[in-house]
Design a protein around this ligand. Structure first.
Ligand code: FAD
Length: 533
């Protein structure tokens, strides 16, 4: 197959345009073209009145080798890379050590699925509940303020991204095309086919719930085992080799191959690992607020007269500003047509995040506006970043009225350092509710200063970003793990053999796709190591 990249066509091009452009680019007649498919479709919206669709196409043609030789110097025309996933090994006929995976988020899910597909019959331990029960608990918290600390937005089947926008792209290097394997598995589990070709695929909350169930069923069918409400409270280590785990109910399970795919909110587990001597370092992360605008305003700012176009969908944005005080402020986890959600897993704390449905047709756009901070901002050892997160989340709880409502402020009032008297035209989407206040107190001064500088700067890129009535809700503290559980080239902990720190919680991923890719890498490393023993 031949891959054509960077093919641009007008937004309203007709059905035959793709074929015509293939024939002219390759300088062939239509009877030489066997078939073609869209590998990727994105858009270039730099000129709002003339938005272009940008395609990557895979083409089957007669005499492909001759064409590739003819265009050898054309960087737009290359052989299509092999996108097939090839398992690195298979389980031996008699399996002496069943691998354990702690955590059933995207990282644990893909690690478990791959190990099951290779015949290793993994045991997956998840502290939260299965996804339908978890959905009830999570919506219960949003509607009735009843928090279940083991079953919520962060904990339970599917992990942190289950109630999310379900963005499925990442910026990690992926030379082995693992992301394709992840997308293929998601489509097999019921995700829409378009995630295979749109440049920024997303699936939204409810589709994710159904997909996770199907993937779980496949793992079980292949001999894997998934235990819910099975929190790992202890790790057994003998002579720097991991030997097993103990669950909260006291049961002990033995294994010399244990993946730690626990996400960024398992603070009690981080503490346990630190106490056990597993090597952990503090790492930079980011803190800030969620900002909400009306989606129609963002569509207009990004797409001008093409706002509302069906192919473009609800507009997103990605912004960064380097401040005079040396800090960087950036937009994070932008959710077009979505809602701001309460994302705490601990009592008496308030944390924001964002989610949407596949349709992305809620009234508001939201994103986190966050400031990068690093361990020199929170000295005090590997777990000091967690302590800072806890302080900020507890303070936000109090600022919101000590009842799980979140503190919020209009952007105009924030920029003038005033408490707003009333909401404007932007209706808050945060459930259970918000309390208007002055957020200047919610974060360290240097962060407030940086965000006050960044919002007007963002307004130059997205007109209306600094709109008086836009709304800030706080606090956004769980952008990534504040720690890193270091691993070596074999993907094992640098001081605990057989322990595979993985995904977002260990500092090796930042989103659904990168966590899932890390899950595949971990599964391969574990499988190869088991075979060597
Ligand atoms: P997690 O998904 O956090 O999974 C870890 C799992 O481990 C959890 O289920 C937890 O219950 C379990 N666990 C923890 N400790 C233990 C223990 N001791 N014993 C047993 N089990 C344990 N990313 C995107 O790419 N796109 C998005 O649109 C997006 N939106 C998001 C929206 C929200 C509301 C949230 C909270 C996150 C969002 N993210 C998004 C981030 C994304 O969800 C994470 O990056 C991703 O889930 C990390 O995957 P993971 O498998 O490493 O960890």
């Amino acid at each position: 197959m031949i891959r054509l990249t960077n093919i641009q066509l007008p937004l309203d091009h007709n059905d035959n345009a793709l074929e015509r452009v293939i024939l002219s680019t390759l300088d062939i007649k239509s009877d030489q073209l066997v078939s073609f498919s869209i590998f990727r479709r994105g858009y270039d919206a730099r000129k709002k009145a003339r938005i272009l669709l940008t395609y990557t196409l895979d083409i089957e043609a007669l005499n492909e080798q001759e064409l590739l030789a003819r265009f050898a110097n054309n960087s737009q025309i290359k052989a299509t890379p092999d996108l097939e996933y090839h398992p690195v090994t298979q389980a031996p006929a008699t399996l002496t050590d069943r691998p354990i995976i702690i955590g059933f988020g995207p990282c644990g899910l893909l690690a478990g699925l791959l190990l099951a597909q290779m015949g290793y019959k993994p045991i997956i331990l998840e502290r939260g509940k299965e996804v339908r029960e978890r959905t009830k608990d999570t919506f219960g918290f949003w509607r009735k303020k009843i928090l279940n600390t083991e079953s919520n937005v962060q904990f339970g089947e599917g992990g942190a991204g289950t109630f999310s926008d379900g963005k499925l792209y990442s910026q990690v290097k992926d030379p082995k095309q693992y992301s394709r394997k992840v997308l293929n598995e998601f489509v097999a589990a019921g995700a829409p086919d378009e995630i295979l070709f749109v440049s920024k695929p997303h699936i939204g909350t409810f589709k994710l719930v159904a997909m996770v169930e199907k993937m779980r069923a496949q793992i079980v069918e292949l001999g894997g085992e998934i235990r819910f409400s099975a929190r790992v409270d202890d790790l057994h280590i003998e002579n720097n080799q991991v030997t097993g785990v103990t669950l909260a109910d006291g049961e002990r399970l033995d294994s010399r191959h244990i993946a730690l795919a626990i996400g960024h909110s398992a603070r009690d587990t981080f503490e346990m690992l630190h106490a056990k001597g597993v090597y952990i370092e503090a790492k930079p992360f980011s803190i800030g607020f969620r900002i909400e605008h009306e989606q129609s305003a963002i569509d207009k700012a990004r797409f001008g007269p093409n706002a509302g176009n069906e192919i473009l969908g609800a507009a997103d944005y990605k912004l960064v500003h380097h401040c005079k005080n040396g800090r960087s402020v950036y937009s994070f986890c932008m959710c077009p047509g979505g809602t701001v959600v309460a994302a705490t897993s601990e009592e008496n704390r308030v944390v924001t995040n964002g989610m949407s449905q596949y349709s992305r047709n809620e009234r508001n756009a939201n994103s986190a506006v966050v400031v990068g901070i690093n361990p020199s901002d929170y000295p005090g050892g590997p777990l000091a970043g967690i302590e800072l997160q806890r302080q900020l989340e507890s303070h936000a709880f109090v600022m919101g009225g000590s009842n799980y409502d979140a503190p919020a402020q209009t952007v105009g009032a924030f920029l003038r350092n005033e408490t707003p008297e009333a909401l404007g035209s932007v209706v808050p989407s945060f459930k259970p509710g918000i309390k208007l206040t002055n957020l200047a107190d919610a974060l360290p001064d240097f962060c407030i200063e940086a965000i006050r500088e960044a919002i007007p700067a963002f307004n130059k890129k997205i007109k209306g970003f600094a709109f008086e009535d836009a709304l800030l809700t706080g606090v956004e503290t769980r952008t990534s793990a504040p720690i890193s559980i270091k691993r070596d080239q074999s993907l094992q902990s640098i001081n605990t053999k057989g322990l595979y720190p993985a995904g977002e919680g260990a500092g090796y991923a930042g989103g659904i796709m990168s966590a899932a890719i890390d899950g595949i890498k971990i599964a391969e490393a574990m499988a190869l190591s088991i075979n060597q023993e």
